[in-house]
Design a protein around this ligand. Structure first.
Ligand SMILES: Nc1ncnc2c1ncn2[C@@H]1O[C@H](COP(=O)(O)OP(=O)(O)O)[C@@H](O)[C@H]1O
Ligand SMILES: [Mg+2]
Length: 340
């Protein structure tokens, strides 16, 4: 048995907090600085896929009829009851500035149709049913197989914003979690659902894992270890006073420590800036270079004058490079991965 490759998932049951953007930019940055990265789009909305891949190519990957080259196809024989998982199609992401291989497991709208099966197989694990273990571990096995084929150093996963059965299976397949947060009351209170839910899933899997009746079927550890949060500034409306932003944001360190780490005693940092332990970054509002990056299908920190990034835009792209580089290095540090 080979050593499992670490799986890092960006998770929050709220949308618009920058999950997909973070996965996209970190996948590029980690490749830039010499890591082999496998990115995986497990959100049925497939936003990550549309950031990486243009429409022309998407038509090939998602044909109107015939086999799609997506995560769904890798699951299909198992879901149909005709076999087990298949190795997924791996889309190579290429760019002259990449130093290491970056691959993508392509997302699929069909993924939402797996919710029912993932939901009904979860309790069946308690009864030691072989199929239940195949189904619940399927995503992890697909990720590991792909990552080991590509000799990836890390797997980055993007998910949709909910606490359903698909996301439970994704989190069971997850070693490390980063929680992107918006600067608002919803994000703050959301932590009170998120923390206990992750704990329940972690415990639920520990209860089940040892009941696996198939000796040669490798199971995920289901560590689901939170390694920090990232606060997004881009949600701030310009007319809103900065004090309103601070009010919510400064309560994040304590809420995160209580709910995600079970630290009810403190001491808690007073601001994210002081929260060396858990605040990984405060993501700046990158404004006009964001649409520029989407247009050019590049991370914002790769934008050049040819893409229209001149003057202050070029400066913003350079700042973004530094910010994402620092964030990547913190993540590497926390996970302890080594280069290819
Ligand atoms: N740092 C940022 N600066 C400016 N806009 C951003 C930033 N991060 C994300 N956005 C924009 O905010 C929107 C939501 O981000 P997204 O990554 O899709 O969030 P999620 O995946 O959590 O729903 C997108 O339109 C994205 O382009
Ligand atoms: Mg998203």
């Amino acid at each position: 048995m080979t050593m499992p490759i670490p799986v890092l998932t960006f998770f929050n049951n709220k949308s618009g907090v920058g999950k997909t953007s973070l996965v996209y930019h970190l996948a590029w940055m980690l490749s830039d600085i010499g890591y082999r990265v496998l990115a995986c789009d497990l959100d049925p909305q497939a936003n990550l896929t549309s950031m990486f891949i243009n429409e022309e190519r998407l038509e090939v990957l998602w044909p109107d009829s015939g086999a799609r080259k997506t995560i769904y196809n890798a699951l299909q024989p198992l879901l149909d009851g005709t076999g087990d998982i298949e190795p997924p199609h791996l889309e190579n992401i290429t760019h002259e500035r990449l130093t290491q291989e970056l691959s993508l497991i392509v997302g699929d709208l069909m993924l939402s149709s797996t919710e029912d099966e993932l939901s009904s197989q979860w309790p069946e694990c308690l009864d030691r049913r072989p199929r239940a273990f195949r189904v619940i571990s399927a995503l992890w096995r697909i990720l590991q197989r792909a990552a080991s084929d590509r000799q990836s150093n890390i797997v980055l996963v993007d998910v949709g914003p909910n606490l359903g059965a698909l996301n439970r299976a994704v989190l069971v397949a997850t070693d490390y979690v980063i929680v992107p947060l918006g600067a608002d009351l919803f994000s703050l209170q959301g932590l009170r659902n998120l923390g206990p839910t992750l704990q329940e899933w972690r415990k639920g899997w520990q209860e089940r894992r040892s009941r696996n009746p198939i000796p040669d079927l490798q199971m995920p550890n289901g560590l689901i270890q939170p390694i920090g949060y990232v606060v997004q500034q881009h949600g701030i409306r310009l007319e809103r006073p900065i004090k309103a932003y601070d009010k919510w944001v400064n309560r994040m360190p304590a809420e995160y420590a209580r709910n995600l780490l079970g630290n009810n005693k403190g001491p808690y940092a007073k601001t994210p800036a002081e929260d060396k332990e858990n605040a990984l970054a405060t993501a700046k509002h990158y404004r006009s270079i964001v649409p520029m990056g989407q247009e050019a299908r590049k991370p914002i920190f790769h934008l050049t004058t040819a893409d229209g990034a001149i003057g202050s835009h070029a400066a913003a792209a350079r700042t973004a490079y530094k910010d994402f580089r620092i964030l990547s290095e913190k993540i590497i540090d926390r996970i302890g991965i080594r280069k290819a």
